[in-house]
Design a protein around this ligand. Structure first.
Ligand code: ATP
Length: 460
C-alpha cells in the first residue's frame, strides 16, 4: 500500500504512543522543547548506546568523556563562538516575526544562502520579490544582522559581566580542553579519538520541524586526533564509517546522501565538511550529521588562549606536532526522527490495516513482549516466569489483556520486533512461539532456548 509519511503524522503518532510530548503542555506548551515519553526515552537511549558501543567499546583507538555544560567563558573566546557563533536574523516590520534570513531566502527561492554576509542577505531579500513574510505576505523587512545563538547565564548569585557564562552550544570544546588530561592519564597514541555525549543549547531563531531543531538538544560528538598529512584519508574513513553505522541499523540507503560543503562556505575552523543528509518526511533533505576536518584550529587556539602546550610528542619518531582533528558530530534527537520517519509504515496484512514501526531490533524501544494466551494458570504462570527470567536483559513488555491480534497490533505500532506467546500446547511441549514483527513468521522454540534465540535475533 502506497503511503505518504508527513511530519504531522509522525508528530501525532509520537504523542499518541508516548514517544515524544510537547514540553509543558498543560501550560499551553513551550515551543521548541520536547519531552521523551516511555517509549521515546527507551528509543533515544538505544540510539546513544549504539553510538557509544560502535564508537568507543568496539574500538581500541577511542576513549570516552563526559564534560560539563558550563565551561570557563574564555573557552568560547578561543573557539571563536563569542565572536562568530551567529545566525542571520531578519525581522518583518508588518508581522513582527523574526526569521533566520538564510532559511527565509532558501524556502522562497531555493537559493542556498547559508554563510552569506548580512549585507549580501539584505540585498537578496530587498531585490527578490519572491521572498515574503510567510505569515502575512509582507515585504517590509529590517536589515539582516548577526545574532549570537549562545545562551547566556551567570555563575553565582551576582549578575555582573565577570560572572557571565554560557550554556555550551556544542560538546566538542569540552573534548579539546581535556586533550592534555586524556593524553596524560590514558595510554592513547595518535591516531585516537575522544567521544562525548551530552546536552547542548542554541538559541535558535526559528526552531522547528518537531525534534529536528530545538533550543535544547543532545549531541554525540567525537574528535579524532591524527597526524597532519593523514587527515584527508581519515576524513574519508569517518564519512564511510558513519554512513555504515546508519545503514547497518536499517536506515534506507535511498533516504541518505552526502552533501559536500562548498569551499567558500566552510566554517572558520574547517578544511572540508561533508554532511550526511536525510530525506525527512515532508521537510526534504536536511542535515543529519556533519563530518568536519577541523584541522589543528581548536588545539592551537586553546594553546594560545590558555598558555598550555597542547602538542603531541610522537615517541616512535621523536617528532612534536599539533594533531589535526576529524569530527563526526550528530544529535540523537535528529537521528531518532530519521529512524521514526524511515520505519513508520502503514500496510495491509491479510486484509487488515496495520501501522508498524519497522525499527532495527537494537533501536526498538521494547525488544520483546511476552503474551500468555490465557490469564489462567498454568499458562499465565509459565509466561510470568519467562518474563521475570528475561526482564533484566533489556526492556521487555508483559501483556495479557485483549485478543492476541490486538496485542500484536499494539506491539507492531511500538516497534517491538518479537512477541513471545505462551499457549496451551506449552503446558505439554514446553515450547513457545516467537513471532517476527516484519515477516509475521512464527517459530516454535523450547522455553530454555528463548534467551539465546532472542539474543541472536536482537543483535541482528
Ligand atoms: P544546522 O545547519 O541544521 O543548524 P549545524 O550545521 O549548525 O546544523 P552542527 O553545528 O554541525 O549543526 O551540529 C552537529 C549536529 O548536532 C547536527 O548535525 C545535528 O545533528 C545536531 N544539531 C545541531 N543543532 C541542533 C538543534 N538545534 N536541534 C537538534 N539537533 C541539532
Amino acid at each position: 500500500m502506497a503511503q505518504t509519511v508527513t511530519m504531522d503524522k509522525i508528530v501525532a503518532f509520537c504523542k499518541r504512543r508516548g514517544f515524544v510530548y510537547q514540553s509543558s503542555e498543560i501550560y499551553g506548551g513551550l515551543r521548541s522543547s520536547y519531552d521523551y515519553g516511555p517509549l521515546g526515552v527507551e528509543m533515544k537511549r538505544n540510539i546513544k548506546e549504539e553510538w557509544w558501543r560502535r564508537m568507543v567499546h568496539m574500538r581500541e583507538d577511542m576513549v570516552g568523556l563526559d564534560s560539563a555544560i558550563i565551561m570557563h567563558p574564555r573557552v568560547w573566546e578561543a573557539s571563536g563562538h563569542t565572536a562568530t557563533f551567529n545566525d542571520m536574523l531578519v525581522e518583518s516590520r508588518t508581522s513582527k516575526r523574526r526569521y533566520r534570513a538564510d532559511h527565509l531566502i532558501e524556502d522562497a527561492t531555493g537559493i542556498d544562502a547559508e554563510g552569506l554576509s548580512p549585507e549580501q542577505l539584505t540585498r537578496i531579500i530587498e531585490e527578490d520579490e519572491r521572498i515574503k513574510d510567510p505569515v502575512d505576505g509582507g515585504r517590509d523587512f529590517t536589515p539582516v544582522r548577526p545574532f549570537n545563538t549562545m545562551f547566556e547565564t551567570y555563575m553565582g548569585p551576582v549578575k555582573t559581566p565577570e560572572n557571565l557564562t554560557y550554556l555550551r552550544p556544542e560538546t566538542a570544546q569540552g573534548i579539546f580542553v581535556n586533550f592534555k588530561n586524556v593524553l596524560q592519564t590514558s595510554r592513547v597514541k595518535v591516531p585516537f579519538g575522544i567521544a562525548n555525549i551530552g546536552k547542548s543549547f542554541r538559541n535558535e531563531i526559528t526552531p522547528g520541524n518537531f525534534i529536528f531543531r530545538t533550543r535544547e538538544f543532545e549531541q554525540m560528538e567525537m574528535e579524532f586526533f591524527v597526524e597532519p598529512g593523514t587527515d584527508e584519508a581519515w576524513h574519508e574513513y569517518w564519512i564511510e564509517e558513519r554512513w555504515n553505522w546508519y545503514t547497518n541499523l536499517g536506515l534506507k540507503e535511498e533516504n541518505l546522501r552526502r552533501y559536500e560543503h562548498p569551499a567558500e562556505k566552510l566554517s572558520h575552523y574547517s578544511k572540508r565538511t561533508v554532511d550526511l543528509e536525510y530525506d525527512y518526511a515532508s521537510v526534504g533533505w536536511s542535515e543529519l550529521e556533519g563530518i568536519a576536518n577541523r584541522t589543528d584550529f581548536d588545539l592551537k587556539q586553546h594553546a594560545e588562549y590558555s598558555g598550555e602546550n597542547l602538542e603531541y610528542f610522537d615517541q616512535a619518531t621523536g617528532e612534536r606536532y599539533v594533531p589535526y582533528v576529524i569530527e563526526p558530530a550528530v544529535g540523537p534527537d535528529r537521528i531518532m526522527l530519521a529512524f521514526l520517519v524511515d520505519a513508520y509504515t502503514e500496510e495491509e496484512v491479510k486484509g487488515e490495516a496495520r501501522t508498524v514501526l519497522k525499527l532495527h531490533p537494537r533501536i526498538a524501544p521494547t525488544k520483546a513482549a511476552v503474551f500468555p494466551l490465557s490469564k489462567k494458570v498454568p499458562v499465565s504462570t509459565i509466561a510470568r516466569e519467562l518474563y521475570d527470567d528475561l526482564k533484566g536483559d533489556y526492556r521487555l513488555f508483559y501483556d495479557d489483556s485483549g485478543s492476541i491480534g490486538r496485542r500484536y497490533r499494539r506491539q507492531d505500532e511500538a516497534g517491538t520486533p518479537f512477541c513471545v506467546t505462551v499457549d496451551f500446547d506449552t503446558i505439554e511441549d514446553k515450547k513457545v512461539t516467537i513471532r517476527d514483527r516484519d515477516t509475521l513468521e512464527q517459530e516454535r522454540v523450547p522455553i530454555e532456548a528463548v534467551r539465546d534465540r532472542l539474543k541472536a535475533l536482537i543483535s541482528g
